[in-house]
Design a protein around this ligand. Structure first.
Ligand SMILES: [Zn+2]
Ligand SMILES: [Zn+2]
Length: 255
């Protein structure tokens, strides 16, 4: 007669088998629905070296790379020879340096919008490849991301910054943690100026897992940087006992 532990064992094997089959099916559908590794993230054309360039030659022509003289802190292009932009001179930054490989324009802008609002999650891997190349030899202990409120995440079905952080973590072999939580929506803030926005944002976030980031260097991920008000608020929370770097796919230039 079968004893209890043997029965449980059988049951767990059965559950395991189901989980295994289920995971194989979902990997298959993931690959089928979200082809990656071989296709241009912008147009879907097959490309030879995804981890070198996740886009085709045709799309490359339309990309606006972030280059030339840039602010040493926030990575914003500067028209003159200054090292630090006016924005960073007038507002305290809680991160050491920002990294944004692209200017938020044309093809990259369309691609980010599509990634966020058309639920094209597979694009995150290509964006992560681009960020990894751009941050080059930056060494960090942990990766984290700008959080969304639960409500917002439910509406959009995923957090674009979290997905990006996870792909970046896999690529660079760095642990990804959830260090912050967003507890209040701040959509109405578009009408506010920078100082008012920052004040408003301060109550919207909360730190969780403070012990995990203690004395660590942390890379904080978002999709786009504009005034850096949001990411700077998040960095302020993290910077109390860790060194913060930030990254995003693209730099939007504030008017
Ligand atoms: Zn293409
Ligand atoms: Zn700056």
């Amino acid at each position: 007669m079968m004893n209890k532990s043997c029965k449980n064992n059988k049951k767990s094997q059965k559950n395991h088998k189901f989980a295994d089959i289920f995971s194989k099916i979902s990997v298959f559908f993931d690959k089928y629905l979200f082809p990656d590794d071989i296709k241009c993230i912008f147009c879907g054309k097959d490309i030879p070296l995804f981890y070198e360039k996740p886009y085709c030659e045709n799309c490359e022509k339309d990309l606006v790379f972030n280059k030339g003289n840039r602010c040493l802190i926030c990575d914003m292009p500067i028209k003159n020879e200054a090292k630090i932009c006016d924005f960073c001179q007038n507002n305290k930054r809680y991160f050491k340096k920002a990294y944004c490989p692209f200017i938020y324009k044309d093809k990259i802008r369309q691609a980010i919008l599509s990634y966020k609002f058309d639920n094209r999650r597979y694009m995150a891997k290509g964006f992560a490849v681009l960020i990894a190349k751009y941050i080059n030899d930056l060494k960090v202990d942990l990766i984290t991301f700008v959080p969304m409120t639960k409500k917002k995440q439910k509406e959009r079905s995923f957090n674009q910054a979290e997905r990006l952080a996870n792909e970046l973590g896999k690529l660079l072999n760095i642990p990804v943690i959830k260090a912050l939580e967003k507890i209040k929506d701040t959509d109405e803030q578009k009408v506010l100026d920078y100082k008012e926005r920052s004040k408003n944002l301060k109550d919207a976030f909360r730190i969780i897992n403070r012990d995990l980031i203690k004395d660590k260097s942390v890379l904080l991920v978002d999709d786009i940087l504009t005034t850096c008000a949001t990411i700077n608020t998040c960095a302020e929370y993290l910077s109390k006992n860790s060194t913060v770097y930030v990254t995003a796919i693209a730099r939007n230039i504030p008017e």
